[in-house]
Design a protein around this ligand. Structure first.
Ligand code: ATP
Ligand code: SF4
Ligand code: MG
Length: 328
């Protein structure tokens, strides 16, 4: 990356309760306007990564910067200015809307503490309502009077009112019907392009990741195990864990006779991760060396970063590759 990254993590770790290594030495740089997906099993550290970026969780070790400024320092010196730069759509959108306030008050509240011009704020709320195809009348409703899809859109408006440069979305379409999901994703992508937002999105839905992002980060037990262009990852994943994730996604294998690779055993505990490669207790192609030495995140010939001693040793079936490689 030649220009200054929009977001960067340098060996960032988060340890909860002194024992749970939710994130372990994560380093990464994301450029302005990039769209990046984050995937991995439940408990792999995706939400912790999001919370770290927006300053809701502090790193136990390492450094996190947004637009060239340390998050920890920015929160100390000018928290308001920091919050205008980076906003997050929370995993549980409805819970973030206070039930006693109307949608209009909730939107105005989001900007009030930033002392923005009132007229300009009202004009921006109306413009965003139109962009997100919400009726003006929603401003007088209460959160329990609107649908889950509308609550997500209200969350998007609250996040974008401050014109941030970075938007972090934690499962933005979870729990929505497929058609509502599609519409919300289209709107998010349109706004991302118009505002040249740096967009980081967590999703369990690989179809969504493939459609929306250009780069994908795969996490396992608090570490990045693969960081690759989305198209390359879906065509030919390098890490065996990525291969298993892709192989079990019904949407990607629809129409193909591909066999899902089912992982044996539970994801190990973050409090007591396996020695050597963290995935070796479940990896279908593990070798004796894998239990001894932790692989580093290393660049492959195709430009992907992968944390594996034997990258590409577990391949997708050709049916999966055809389904994964085709454009939407
Ligand atoms: N506040 C907390 N206190 C203690 N442990 C926590 C806390 N928050 C998260 N954890 C633990 O840290 C690990 C990572 O959690 P995180 O929420 O980041 O995972 P995730 O990948 O977002 O999972 P999901 O897909 O279920 O949302 C898990 O083991 C989780 O139980
Ligand atoms: S290092 Fe070994 S155990 Fe780990 S993912 Fe690669 S092949 Fe599997
Ligand atoms: Mg989460």
């Amino acid at each position: 990356m030649t220009s200054r990254p929009s977001v960067s993590l340098d060996k960032a770790s988060v340890v909860y309760l002194d024992v749970v290594r939710a994130l372990d030495g994560v380093s990464l740089e994301i450029g302005t306007g990039e769209t990046v997906g984050v995937v991995g099993e439940s408990g792999s550290g995706k939400s912790t990564l999001c919370r770290l970026l927006v300053g809701l969780t502090r790193p136990t070790d390492g450094a996190v910067s947004v637009e060239g400024q340390s998050v920890t320092a920015a929160l100390k010196t000018d928290a308001k200015a920091f919050r205008r730069q980076i906003q997050m759509l929370m995993q549980d959108a409805v819970a973030t809307l206070s039930p006693r306030m109307t949608i209009g008050s909730l939107m105005r509240e989001a900007v009030a503490i930033h002392s923005l011009d009132r007229q300009e704020t009202e004009a921006r709320i109306l413009a965003l309502l139109e962009r997100l195809r919400l009726p003006k009348s929603i401003l007088d409703r209460y959160p329990h009077e609107i649908s889950g899809g509308q609550a997500r859109r209200v969350g998007v408006i609250r996040a974008l009112l401050l014109r941030p440069s970075v938007l972090v979305a934690d499962e933005p379409t979870a729990g929505l019907d497929v058609s509502v999901q599609g519409e919300l994703l289209n709107l998010l992508l349109e706004l991302q392009r118009e505002m040249n937002l740096t967009f980081i999105m967590v999703s369990h839905n690989l179809h969504v990741i493939k459609r929306v992002t250009r780069r994908t980060i795969v996490m396992y037990l608090g570490q990045i195990v693969e960081d690759a262009p989305t198209a390359a990852l879906f065509q030919r994943p390098a890490h065996p864990y990525s291969t298993t994730l892709l192989s079990t996604n019904p949407l990607l294998s629809a129409g193909g006779a591909a066999n899902p690779i089912i992982l044996q055993g539970e994801i190990p505990s973050n409090a007591n991760p396996p020695k050597g490669c963290r995935f070796h207790t479940r990896c279908p192609v593990a070798q004796p060396a894998c239990a001894q030495t932790m692989p580093e995140l290393t660049k492959t010939d195709s430009g992907s970063l992968v944390r594996c001693h034997f990258p590409y040793s577990l391949a997708l079936t050709s049916a999966h590759q055809q389904a994964g490689g085709s454009a939407d």
